[in-house]
Design a binder for this molecule. Structure first.
Ligand code: AMP
Ligand code: MG
Length: 406
């Protein structure tokens, strides 16, 4: 057996996560439109009809023939009404106009709408005040937004409210969606206690569970928290194998480093496959990635800041890849408020407060806290600054990539 890749460069590790995820893309399901918000589209959608589907009025007013309008005032005969709703099949003859409302189909013969505010009605005569009205004014043309047959939504794109609404406007009642991965979340460690319980000396409260559950929910998933894993190899094995036969993703935190009680890498190596273990990043170096039964397993280190850095970069890539998301997430950049230096070769993630200054420039103020256990500095911040691989000496004002989480 060849030993798994270890000590990978950040980009190489990310490429492995993406490749494995894409090759395990989840199946397609057809969902009612109202269930597709925030999901990933599984197939291209071509417009089944044009938008607008017919020429219609953009304003409340009168439909008429532009050729009938004179330089001064013009009086035309009111020949009927076409309100938004079923087309009545009315026509406008020379010298006539028709009362019309926004969204109503244009009557045959009419090419222009003059707004109500520029008219005077007297019985069945309507006088239009002087003023140039270009031909075609206030008319929305069939197909000017979307032509029937056109590719309007691409496979792999995120269904935003606007895109779901576009599908609705074309009459689509359901869409093909990639199934969302099911996720089992484990925290591990004999020192961990549920909030609400009393602490014995040496114990701490489990904070990573809420961190991971919240991050996964914010990414549109419905994760399941499993009971905490004790630092016992047999029980780790049983719980992980159990979860791995029922979930698409198993995320653990803690017990992936080189300590005597870090049993997860060995369980994965024995019963599954390790795609890599240890990445040149800070924090988060002991990150573990593999496959076990039907699940992809992501073993995150236990320190809260490591959980953040590894989830935002690798966890998200896994979640996106399994859903076939091909639309890249917006890469954000900001100007450093203070200089940042590092000597080591690893990619580094630093807590920061990102804000928009008075000139409209996004700026990142690095938090001086060091130590990947310091959760409060994460809570006081709203982003991680990404400091590239290799020694860096970044001055204030330099532009860095930021991963915003709040
Ligand atoms: P480990 O990766 O298991 O060596 O854990 C690294 C550090 O993170 C230790 O100080 C653990 O106590 C802490 N830690 C691990 N899991 C959690 C958790 N779920 N909540 C809070 N701290 C944790
Ligand atoms: Mg531990």
């Amino acid at each position: 057996m060849t030993s798994p890749p270890t000590g990978l460069r950040f980009d190489d590790a990310l490429a492995i996560v993406r490749d494995v995820a894409v090759s395990h893309r989840l199946e397609t399901e057809t969902l009612a439109l109202s269930r597709t918000h925030g999901r990933i589209l599984a197939a291209d959608v071509h417009a089944p009809l044009s938008l607008p589907p017919f020429d219609n009025s953009a304003m409340d007013g009168f439909a008429l023939r532009h050729a009938d309008l004179q330089d001064g005032e013009t009086t035309l005969q009111l020949a009927g009404e076409q309100f938004a709703g079923r087309a009545l099949g009315l026509a406008v003859a020379p010298g006539q106009c028709l009362r019309i409302t926004t969204g109503a189909p244009m009557p045959a013969g009419a090419d222009t709408v003059v707004i109500k505010e520029n008219s005077r009605v007297d019985g069945d005569l309507v006088t239009f005040v002087a003023g140039a009205v270009p031909p075609g004014s206030n008319v929305r043309r069939a197909g000017e937004d979307v032509a029937a047959g056109e590719l309007v939504l691409r496979a792999g794109s995120l269904l935003t409210p606007a895109r779901v609404s576009l599908a609705a406007s074309m009459g689509l009642a359901s869409l093909p969606i990639v199934r969302r991965p099911t996720v089992a979340v484990f925290s591990s460690g004999d020192e961990l206690v549920e909030p609400g319980m009393a602490l014995a000396p040496g114990e701490i409260y489990d904070s990573n569970r809420e961190l991971l559950m919240g991050l996964l929910r914010a990414d549109g998933l419905e994760p399941t928290a499993w009971p905490r894993l004790p630092d016992d190899p047999k029980r780790v094995e049983i719980a992980l194998r159990d979860a791995a036969c029922a979930f698409d993703i198993v995320i653990t935190c803690g017990a992936v480093s080189a300590g005597e009680k870090d049993h997860i890498p060995a369980v994965l190596a024995q019963f599954g496959q390790t795609h890599f273990w240890k990445v040149k990043m800070k924090p988060g170096m002991p990150l573990l990635f593999g496959s076990l039964d039907q699940a992809r397993v992501l073993g995150l280190p236990g320190n809260p800041v490591s959980v953040f850095a590894t989830y935002l970069s690798f966890g998200r890539a896994l979640v996106d890849g399994l859903q076939g998301r091909s639309e890249a997430r917006l890469a954000e950049r900001a100007q450093l408020v203070a200089p940042v230096d590092k000597e080591h070769a690893r990619r580094e993630f630093i807590r920061a407060r990102v804000f928009c200054d008075d000139h409209g420039v996004l700026r990142a103020d690095p938090n001086p806290a060091t130590g990947s256990h310091r959760l409060r500095a994460v809570a006081d911040s709203n982003a991680l600054i990404v400091i590239p691989d290799g020694p860096q000496r970044l001055a204030a004002g330099e532009v860095v990539e930021v991963l915003r989480y709040a």
